[in-house]
Write a protein that binds this ligand. Sequence first.
Ligand code: NAX
Length: 328
Amino acid sequence: MKAPITVSITGAAGQIGYALLTRIASGSMFGPDQPVNLRLIEIEPAMGALEGTVMELDDCAFPLLNEIVPTCDLAEGFRGSDWALLVGSVPRKAGMERADLLGINGKIFTGQGQAIAANAASGVRTLVVGNPCNTNCLIAMNNAGGIPNDQFFAMTRLDENRAKSQLAAKAGVHNSVVTNLCIWGNHSATQYPDFTNARIDGKLVTDVIGDRAWLEGEFISTVQQRGAAIIKARGQSSAASAANGVVDTVRSLTTPTPEGDWTSVAVCSDGSYGIPVGLIASMPIRSNGTSWEVVQGVGLDEFSRAKVDASVAELSEEREAVKDLIPS
Ligand code: NAX
């Protein structure tokens, strides 16, 4: 039997947490022969709800689930962690400005970054889901001294999956034949789902779907606004699909990317594609199962360039808004 992987999850009693924990414990994330320890982190008022979630995990009697530690103590929660999945954050409330949200959540991610650096395994990889996830990740990364920047990620995989599904439906094909779909920039309404480089069965999407107006218009806005559409329909924000995005992201970073393809995740920019160094921006990534690299040479036409620049400009503004939380 392999040694267990330790996964810390913040916001474990929330909606996404509820959908995510069973996926991890059943083997979807790390495979059918990999035991896991779960360290579940919540704020004090949610510890009762977390207890219920733990009871349900117990009742699943998962063969791969080695240990569960529910806690509201960050040091205990991140102790020995191999993966830190930062899902919990404070939702935007009526009347709250984006800057307020950035400030409130920013303080949470300062403390979590410090606690990860002080308590987790040195190879810990951190994936931020809680919004605004790119900038929360930026704050955590900059407050986790000693942990390399390339071990920090923010999630745009749900957006990638949404985009693939929309393209497949339009072309009348299964989503599994849609490849090379990159979400660029911020996980926000400015994100750019790049249809110009995406492929269907190996052919450029633009050759398969002749309707350029749909691609430039409805396709992009449907992907950008999908979260809001789900809230309208379901009365609650996406949870199962978000949890699935977390599973897919971790699997993509821990298994080799299929030849010729790439995946979307927000990483610390090295300046590729003119994205300012240090921003956490989504771009095309390839993994060999252990380390990852930015795919170079993806062509950006004038339309794409303008979309990427707009989303990256928003990330720069967010970084400026939280600069007090980033140690120099
Ligand atoms: P919920 O409100 O259901 O759950 C959030 C949980 O986080 C709550 O149980 C809360 O007690 C906990 N929490 C709050 N502050 C915490 C802290 N300091 N430490 C630990 N736990 C804390 O939200 P849910 O639907 O689960 O969504 C979680 C986050 O994911 C939100 O910020 C949401 O906006 C974000 N999303 C990100 C997505 C992405 O693609 N990156 C998509 C889905 C989702 O919208």
